[in-house]
Design a binder for this molecule. Structure first.
Ligand code: GLU
Length: 493
């Protein structure tokens, strides 16, 4: 049997360091077994998936130096490798489960499901779909379908006993069936959910080892059941430990930038970032800290993965990156890297239309543009407060803007402008004073070019990171306050 592993990212946001981490371990394991590693795009969530995000994920993984034998960009014998191009396949398999009695049509509307939920909460019962349409007669189903009632297809799940399965790193895992819901497999619009598409594709793409993040352990029973229902051979499961913030909580962008594009923009070297990800729960046999992808692949042994919550610490990454800059690159290579990174003609050309108006000498370019090639800016709370907004609304201006900007799918000047304008209107603050602290957060001074243009040039990740940094500079937002702000934010029009 050929070992085949895969990474299956959903293109619903920025390329996440966790995706690269899981990709790296999948690739390394496949390599260690003389196997193959493939990339599949899981874009069944049509509302949240975007082609921009898919491209950003592929570009970011390529930038890091990861390579896959098969994928949406390089093709392969088991394609297509994008789930949105495979919907007929999933419909066929959903029908097969209906025919074999392992799945059923559920006609409950969202309102009925809401009522069910409220009643369960009121009666202090476990919340979840109660299986009420599992035993509808064939006649009833036919008549509802004839009336054009919309339905989803759910899988049957035992209510008693436990699901026991083996994890390559964790040994035997037991999960009570009672905890597993009657999962929707096919949505009302005919699109599959993650669970159906994932299992069908892993089978059809002959994946032998499913190596993924620990957050998917609770989904494993559904997948195992689907393999049994279809009569397919089960892959080996291996759930890698989650990356963590320094305080050991799950890695989150509130505490650590999580987008690979942020690290790229900050000027981390791909070799160093990949090296650091390789140290997440794994170490070289000689414990050396700096190693290349090729060196890791040569000696990789998945047994050496330890489960004790690896901490993604940006300070350590910076230290390692410094080592790579000093030890691995000649001055000439470093000059090339700097050019590739941001000191190049394209970057200048993007900025000059704005800078030109303000230049008297060529040297003016440095103070005008230094924030575009900097990391976090040395701004102070006094500077932010001097922009003219009181402290309390100031935090709200920054936090609400951040939330609104996080929701932007297509990062462009006009979408940024619309987002900020809507918050300023919602907060009833005129646009000019509203934008003043944002100028400081983004460009370090209120004398820069328009803040929307700056954000556009800086890109989504660096812009958001600077807003987060400004919030931190003001002392941050505690949990309680955050809850209050979330509520108020939801009420903004
Ligand atoms: N699409 C899932 C994700 O976004 C894949 C999970 C898995 O590997 O099964 O992570």
């Amino acid at each position: 049997m050929t070992v085949r592993t895969r990474i299956a990212p959903s293109p619903t946001g920025d390329p996440h360091v966790g995706t690269a981490y899981v990709a790296l371990f999948n690739m390394a394991f496949a390599h260690s077994q003389g196997g193959e590693f493939l990339l599949r795009i899981e874009d069944t969530d049509q509302a949240r998936s975007t082609p921009e995000s898919e491209k950003a994920i592929l570009d970011a993984l390529h930038w890091l130096g990861l390579e896959w034998n098969e994928g949406p960009d390089n093709g392969g014998p088991k394609g297509p490798y994008r789930q949105s191009e495979r919907s007929e396949i999933y419909q066929k398999y959903a029908q097969q489960l209906l025919d074999s009695g392992h799945a059923f049509r559920c006609f409950c509307s969202p309102e009925v499901l809401d009522e069910m939920r409220s009643a369960q909460i009121a009666n202090k019962e476990p919340v979840g779909y109660d299986g009420r349409h599992m035993h509808l007669s064939d006649n009833e189903v036919a008549s509802r379908m004839a009336k054009g009632e919309s339905y989803v297809i759910r899988m049957k799940v035992p209510r008693e006993g436990t699901c026991n399965f083996n994890d390559m790193l964790r040994g035997e895992i037991s999960i009570d069936w009672a905890q597993i819901d009657y999962q929707v497999l096919l949505k009302a619009d005919g699109m599959p959910t993650y669970h159906l598409a994932n299992v069908v594709d892993d089978h059809l793409m002959e994946i032998s080892h499913v190596i993924r993040g620990e957050e998917w352990i609770n989904s494993a029973p559904k997948h195992i059941l689907l393999y049994q229902y279809f009569g397919w051979e089960m892959p080996v499961f291996c759930h890698l430990p989650l990356l963590r913030n320094v305080d050991k909580s799950k890695l989150s962008k509130r505490k650590n930038p999580t987008s690979i594009l942020f690290y790229q923009r900050m000027g981390y070297l791909p070799e160093a970032l990949l090296n650091y990800l390789g140290r997440m729960g794994w170490s070289m046999p000689d414990e050396r800290e700096k190693f290349s992808l090729a060196e890791m692949l040569e000696v990789f042994d998945i047994e050496r993965v330890s489960l004790g919550g690896p901490v993604f610490d940006v300070e350590k990454l910076s230290w390692l990156n410094g080592m790579w800059i000093r030890e691995a690159l000649t001055d000439e290579q470093l000059a090339d890297r700097l050019q590739e990174w941001a000191l190049n003609r394209d970057a200048l050309m993007a900025f000059l239309p704005f800078a030109k108006q303000r230049m008297e000498t060529l040297s003016d370019i440095a103070p005008l543009g230094n924030y575009l090639v900097s990391g976090m800016l040395p701004i102070t709370a006094e500077q932010l407060k001097s922009a003219g907004i009181d402290e309390e609304p100031l935090l709200e201006v920054l936090q609400y803007s951040l939330w609104r900007l996080e929701a932007i799918q297509h990062w462009q000047r006009d979408t940024i402008f619309e987002a900020l304008k809507s918050v300023s209107e919602g907060m009833n603050i005129k646009l000019k004073p509203f934008l003043a602290p944002l100028f400081i957060a983004i460009a370090g001074s209120s004398a820069s070019i328009s803040v929307m243009d700056s954000m556009n040039l800086l890109g989504a990740d660096m812009s958001r990171a600077r807003l987060r940094h400004a919030i931190d500079v003001l002392g941050g937002v505690g949990k309680k306050k955050l809850k209050k702000m979330e509520k108020a934010y939801q009420q903004l029009s």
